[in-house]
Design a protein around this ligand. Structure first.
Ligand code: AMP
Length: 295
């Protein structure tokens, strides 16, 4: 059975709330708790086990990888690059949510309220969106994926684990001051969707911590006049999103660490330093990608 069908079935039959997104859509005037994630559940115990099994499961299918990491860490940037390199789709659930918002459907105003406050949407809703995206990909003959922004709760991780084998989970890490600066500097071209960053991060070494320099990623002239800022990239909301990550998504790191699937990756700086280092950590052929490293 296709991953998609199993994902939908498991979500419908095992999700904490019995109400599916279908009924949420039917009752679009009903309260937001069909869309909004419930309060954090306690984290499972931590473990020291951190041994990585970097395998493609010995099968012929393409990679099934996940990117974890705080808001602004660069999941989208590195997932997109790896997706291009490996020829697998990059599926960002945040993009699916924003696409849904842009469609101005009956749930848009409830959704924008949740997203703009930096909260998570419900597991049922995000699984519904992801399933739809996987279904569309399957129809086009896609195989494998790099997930970015999913799973974000322990429940989502359990559901995903129940329906397919995730080969590897890359946990990107950056210090908090850089995360906040990166979110505040993020700009998107409203026309081509290109992601840029106007922040120049220059953290001096202090108290034994190394310094860090990240050059801005400036847009081409053609995009300059069309840049927009995400409504959830204000300082207040970014801080709340970091809090939500610590409460809801740290347990997901533990979940994969316990299964020996977590690759911890501390970003050493911007793309020029981080990309080759990430490729080496993933045992990917760096020569193959020399041309795109500086892109
Ligand atoms: P992102 O672009 O990944 O920061 O996601 C933007 C927003 O979409 C998040 O702040 C959430 O409101 C929502 N979202 C994206 N992925 C998920 C997920 N896996 N679970 C719950 N909400 C999500």
């Amino acid at each position: 059975m296709a991953v998609l069908n199993r994902l939908l079935f498991t979500a419908r039959t095992t999700a904490t709330s019995p109400s599916s997104i279908r009924s949420a859509l039917r009752h679009s005037s009903s309260p937001t708790n069909n869309l909004q994630s419930p309060s954090p559940s306690p984290s499972p115990p931590s473990t020291d086990q951190n041994q990585l099994h970097l395998s493609r499961s010995g099968s012929e299918r393409n990679v099934q990888w996940v990117f974890l990491g705080c808001p602004g860490v660069g999941k989208g940037t590195y997932a997109a690059r790896l997706s291009k390199l490996l020829g697998v789709p990059h599926i960002a659930t945040g993009d699916l949510v924003r696409h849904e918002l842009a469609s101005n459907g009956p749930l848009s105003s409830q959704l924008s309220e949740i997203v703009n406050q930096g909260k998570l949407v419900s597991d049922e809703f995000i699984i519904k969106l992801l399933s739809k995206r996987l279904e569309a990909g399957e129809a086009k003959g896609e195989s494998g994926f790099i997930l970015d922004g999913f799973p974000r709760t322990l429940r989502q991780a359990e559901i995903l684990e129940g329906v397919t084998d995730i080969d590897l989970v890359i946990n990107l890490k950056l210090r908090e001051e850089a995360l906040i600066a990166k979110c505040l500097g993020r700009r998107i071209c409203s026309q081509c969707g290109g992601n840029y960053n106007v922040a120049c991060i220059d953290i001096k070494s202090e108290n034994g911590l190394p310094g860090m320099y990240m050059a801005p990623l400036l847009p081409p002239t053609s995009c300059e006049s069309k840049l927009i800022t995400r409504p959830d990239d204000t300082e207040e909301v970014v801080k709340h999103r970091l809090h939500v990550y610590n409460e809801m998504s740290r347990p997901v790191e533990v979940f994969y660490r316990n299964r020996g699937k977590l690759l911890e990756f501390d970003l050493p700086g911007g793309i020029p330093e981080s990309w080759p280092k990430l490729l080496r950590a993933l045992h990917l052929d760096v020569h193959e990608d020399k041309k795109t490293i500086a892109a």
